[in-house]
Design a protein around this ligand. Structure first.
Ligand SMILES: [Fe+2]
Ligand SMILES: [Fe+2]
Length: 220
């Protein structure tokens, strides 16, 4: 059985994530490398366990989280599909076919809302990935760059982000602390509305509502 540790030590996975980090840096994009891979993997496991999935399902969510962006070194717009195919190529000979399909499907569907969810792992990956908004993801250091790049501005202004799962009220809440001197909350919505709609769809598939709290204001 392929474990999360096996995946984290796989030389191809590590190389593809490293190359992704370099490729995104070259584009001055936010971090999509090892930092993001580890955070999304941990968050995916946290969500899976909190909603009561099995240990193995949580591990599969963690595996999908770790590998979800590794296709970015080849293409930005199709990175989710490429990442899924790469995962299949690396683990086809060693992983159970159904588990392999579940992880491939989760990776392939994490970026665009074009399919309906079939397995919880896919929905969990969406929530874990889209909730990673943070200052430390910003690679660019040139202040001029922030004036023109809204993604970096929003990420840079986010001082804290966390996701909480309340099993009793059936609510998954993303809580953000944004420095509004640096970026008005409106800018957050300008680029994140689509992602939040995707998160709501993912939460609903898991049987939960999706909540959004920014600077202690309950917005969703
Ligand atoms: Fe992605
Ligand atoms: Fe991602």
């Amino acid at each position: 059985m392929i474990t999360l540790n096996d995946v984290k030590e796989n030389p191809h996975v590590l190389e593809f994530i490293d190359q992704t980090e370099k490729a995104m840096e070259a584009l001055s994009y936010t971090n999509h490398g090892l930092r993001h891979a580890n955070i999304v993997s941990e968050r995916a496991i946290q969500i899976a366990k909190a909603i009561g999935l099995s240990e193995r399902e949580a591990e599969l969510a963690g595996i999908a989280g770790f590998c979800h962006d590794m296709g970015n070194f080849m293409t930005r717009t199709l990175h989710h599909h490429f990442g899924a195919i790469l995962f299949g190529q690396i683990f086809a000979a060693t992983m159970d076919p159904k588990e392999l399909s579940i992880v491939m499907q989760a990776i392939s569907n994490h970026d665009k809302d074009e399919m309906n969810f079939v397995y919880p792992v896919s929905a969990i990956l969406v929530l874990a990935d889209k909730s990673d908004v943070d200052k430390s993801r910003v690679v660019a250091t040139d202040p001029e760059h922030f004036k023109t790049d809204i993604h970096d501005r929003v990420n840079y202004a986010t001082q804290d982000s966390s996701i909480e799962i309340d099993k009793a009220t059936k609510r998954i809440t993303l809580t953000l602390k944004i420095d509004t001197d640096f970026c008005p909350i409106m800018e957050y919505f300008e680029i994140f509305t689509e992602r939040m709609v995707f998160c709501r769809k993912a939460a609903q598939f898991l049987g939960y509502d999706f909540g959004l709290v920014i600077n202690k204001f309950k917005l969703l």
